[in-house]
Design a protein around this ligand. Structure first.
Ligand SMILES: [Zn+2]
Length: 124
């Protein structure tokens, strides 16, 4: 999961933080701060894949072939971050319990189908 492997159109909009983020004593690497389009309110970055808007943190995880069911919880609590190791897929209920209910959108069937299409397009 190297940032160098991301598509150029994403990589040039990401600024890597100077310091690592540690979670439960584990070094998860630095935040990848998305500098491109975001949705304004929550600060979560967005991009377009196949003409459709999607959160960049979702797109990056899917790009690397990581599971992204349910919703994403930013362990680093840094909305623009799209480091795939900083985003933990959780159920909607768990995300609500953690107090992030308004920040994340659930997967809808259309998005799920789209993600499957990306996996096929990208060879995952
Ligand atoms: Zn982060």
């Amino acid at each position: 999961m190297q940032i160098e492997n991301l598509p150029e159109r994403w990589r040039r909009r990401i600024v890597v933080a100077d310091t690592s983020f540690f979670f439960r004593g584990e070094d998860l690497g630095p935040c990848w701060n998305w500098q491109g389009w975001n949705n304004g309110g929550s600060g979560h970055g967005k991009t377009r894949v196949g003409g459709k808007a999607v959160y960049i943190y979702r797109a990056v995880r899917i790009f690397f072939g990581l599971p992204m069911p349910g919703v994403g919880d930013h362990l680093c609590e840094n909305p623009p971050c799209c480091n795939p190791r900083h985003v933990e897929p959780v159920t909607i209920g768990e995300n609500t319990r953690r107090g992030n209910a308004v920040l994340f959108q659930p997967v809808d069937p259309e998005e799920a189908a789209r993600m499957q299409q990306w996996r096929e397009d990208w060879g995952y």
